[in-house]
Design a protein around this ligand. Structure first.
Ligand code: NAP
Length: 445
């Protein structure tokens, strides 16, 4: 049996039949190798090249255990965590797999000398393990990346607080950049009916993260009229954050680094945009903060908003922007952070935090409920996929390179079993009813 027969059945819309076919002996996947985890030692961060470390080769089909599913992946996407894994920063992700291997018998399956990447996928369920009742072979799904057993009491109010919680395809093996992925059944969500495979695959990780940060009570619980400073507003997280702001009656002040990105946001209805390159901000350089630059940003924001400071700052660049983010938030404002792309040792002036009663809120991915709600927003056509470009699986390294060098806008999709763009739409009428909004990011970027 070859993967080709499964792909053919899916392309003909025979989803249940695809689920009845026997699994192939092997599959193609994108992975990094343990014996290469030191390949970039001594090389500058920006010069580490994912095209050298990501291999796309034949490998074994993932094993299937209790409460798990094997999914035929039609499309996936590049996330920044794919970049981290491929440049072995801040640490090689084999460390996570080794730790997982020590946890349990089932965890041992993940501790291999290769790590299959990818934390997003859309596709068709092929097989389910013992204990799975809500999903069956033939179901069309998208996958979110919260990989959790829920055995610990700590996770039962919010699964992100479970001590065993992991990010699938980053802290676990068998991710979405493969013809067949292994996931937990509680990672599955229905594929939005009006989207193509690649549009459905690009949202899971960043859409859910932005939803929790801004909309959920576990984040900042954004409300109407809030001024929200969004860093990287045409990047993965930011592209959804600005949509949640507009949907929720908030006022996004978007920060980007080129006129092209400013134009894209203006076309999408984001009126207040700052081009950080044109402004030439240098908040942090050579280990030193420059508070004058924080003030300059604050003035610019007031100029745009008619005098208001941000109620919320949507943070993820980290070291280079964090001091400015804490400074510009209004009295009582909130800085919600989920990352530190430019460095995780932050420095800020704590006087502005305590004297002005601001708070910093840490956030990480999303629980199943939040991911499901964010996916529902896509299905309702209230949030649009921010896919700008696709690559075949064989060019995963190039796609990760483009994200690493910030040469992208929105999300970069990966066609895995889907042979071309534009396939997989289940409800064309519904798509039509949403008009051109669905493809706006692709057309404009
Ligand atoms: P992305 O697609 O690369 O977008 C990030 C954007 O941030 C870039 O396009 C860039 O936009 C801006 N940026 C980068 N460096 C900056 C700097 N030094 N100063 C100001 N702006 C800067 O990445 P993403 O998917 O949005 O992810 C962003 C970060 O969040 C990554 O580190 C990722 O690992 C992390 N993340 C964490 C979680 C979580 O659950 N904890 C989830 C998703 C992502 P401009 O150049 O246009 O300004």
């Amino acid at each position: 049996m070859s993967i080709g027969e499964i792909r053919e059945a899916i392309l003909q819309g025979k989803y249940e039949e695809a689920g009845r076919l026997p699994l192939p002996d092997s599959m193609t996947a994108a992975f990094v190798r343990k014996d290469e985890q030191e390949m970039f030692e001594g090389i500058e961060h920006g010069d580490k090249d994912p095209r050298k470390s990501i291999h796309v080769e034949e490998t074994a089909i993932p094993p299937l255990g209790p409460n798990e599913a094997l999914v035929a992946v039609m499309a996936s996407a590049i996330n920044y965590n794919t970049v981290w894994t491929s440049i072995f920063e801040p640490l090689p992700t084999f460390k996570f797999l080794e730790r997982f291997g020590k946890d349990s018998e089932l965890g041992k399956r993940h501790d291999l000398d290769y790590h299959i990447l990818g934390s997003d996928a859309s596709g068709v369920v092929l097989k389910v393990g013992p204990g799975v009742t809500r999903w069956k072979p033939g179901d069309l799904v998208t996958v979110h990346c919260n990989y959790v057993d829920m055995e610990s009491p700590e996770g039962h109010d919010d699964s992100m607080l479970d001590p065993g919680q992991k990010i699938w395809g980053f802290e676990s093996n068998f991710g979405g950049l493969a013809e067949i992925a292994m996931v937990k059944a509680n990672q599955l969500m229905p594929m939005p009916r009006h989207l193509t495979w690649e549009e459905a695959a690009c949202n899971g990780l960043v859409n859910s993260t932005s939803y929790r940060m801004l909309v959920s009570d576990n984040g900042v619980g954004m409300k109407q009229g809030d001024v929200v400073l969004v860093w990287g507003a045409t990047g993965g997280l930011g592209g959804y954050a600005v949509q949640y702001c507009l949907n929720g009656g908030a006022i996004p002040v978007a920060v980007v680094s080129s006129q092209e990105k400013v134009d894209l946001l203006n076309e999408l209805g984001v009126e207040l945009v700052i081009d950080r390159s044109a402004e030439g901000y240098q908040f942090w350089e050579d280990g030193k903060q420059d508070p004058k630059e924080w003030t300059r940003l604050g003035k610019k924001i007031r100029e745009l908003t008619g005098g208001s400071d941000p109620d919320i700052v949507f943070e993820h660049p980290g070291r280079q922007t964090f001091g400015a983010s804490v400074f510009v938030a209004r009295r009582g404002g909130k800085i919600v952070t989920c990352a530190s792309t430019s460095g995780f040792m932050h420095e800020y002036d704590n006087r502005y935090l305590w004297m002005h009663l601001k708070s910093i809120i840490g956030s990480h991915f999303a629980n199943y409920r939040e991911a499901f709600e964010a996916n529902r927003m896509l299905d309702l056509g209230m949030i649009q996929p921010i896919l700008s470009k696709t690559f075949p699986l064989s060019e995963s390294g190039q796609a990760a390179y483009e994200v690493h060098t910030n040469a992208h806008m929105g999300k970069l999709g990966i066609l895995v079993l889907a042979p071309e763009d534009g396939l997989g739409i289940q409800d064309p009428k519904r798509r039509e009813s949403f008009g051109e909004k669905v493809t706006a990011w692709r057309r404009l970027s």
